[in-house]
Design a protein around this ligand. Sequence first.
Ligand code: WQD
Length: 327
Amino acid sequence: MNILVIGGAGYIGSHIVYELNDAGHQVTILDNFSTGLRENVDARATLVEGDMQDLTLLDRLLDGEASGSAGTFDSVIHFAALKAAGESMEKPERYTRANLIATMNLLNLMMRHGIKNFVFSSSAATYGSPEYLPIDEKHPQKPINYYGYTKLVIEQTMEWYSRLKGLRYAALRYFNAAGYDVQGRITGKEQNPANLLPIVMEVAAGSRPKMQVFGSDYPTRDGTCIRDYIHVNDLATAHVKAMEYLASENRDLTLNLATGEGYTVLEVIKEAERVCGRPIPHDITDRRPGDPAELVAASGQARETIGWKARHSDLKQLVESMWNVYK
Ligand code: WQD
């Protein structure tokens, strides 16, 4: 199939582009390189450098003939968004523009060009604080940060467009994405990371003197927060299967992408010390506002509908695949 991947030079998008090409699809990437990296772009893809908020560019790109790509696109996979939960509470306008307005404009242009197959990066952040665990797709969605809210509004808009305009969408709710390509093809590192794993790696590699553990008084096995980490290669296979499912089954999908296993912050640090063979200096500090003690997902729905199972998301592979890049 002929696929447009928006944000295909990003940390997650670049892994999906490799997987799509490996599966024999034709891929065009649209990326403005605000956070994407050229070194992570799969050479087999067609690269269009530009901003999805440039509606003239996007309209021409979706009108395949004009842009010379092999006809218009069979599917659009959309990764380009701002994703820092904390920042979204200080600068909501940025998230309104980059996440909400940009995606609504994209959906309208897709409808204009008759492109109905859409795979969207949603997030566990749409759930907010867990009311039960593991979190399944029926869990109430009460986001506790503006970033999660933007993802929820887009999910609800896709449902309306499915009913009114025949949009076929997959809302893929990632839990905590981590790891690097197990084949070592992607080596460009995220800059100024806010997430746990890259921060642990920067300390292990010596580019960051030490790190903080945000709270050790949670009601968990060692007092630190538990999260459900999912390897980007596993995210990639899920996206390809979801896109192919939309085309063949002609039914919408809303899926958690997670493992159902959780690891605490200290367990991640300990595994990194073992894999990297050196101590990871860390101070235990106060809790970070908004952090739930535990976020673990039920991932049965993805297994049943698209036959997807995480293969690289155990802590050892997550840390080893990252250390191969950071060392
Ligand atoms: C994980 C755990 C921290 C850094 C966020 C977004 C979520 C999603 C994934 C996009 C927490 C602890 C972290 C550090 C620490 N993003 N931690 N010291 O908060 O679970 O989810 O990223 O979809 O929307 O909210 O991920 O990696 O920030 O934190 O102790 O230096 O590690 O307190 O318990 P989080 P995270």
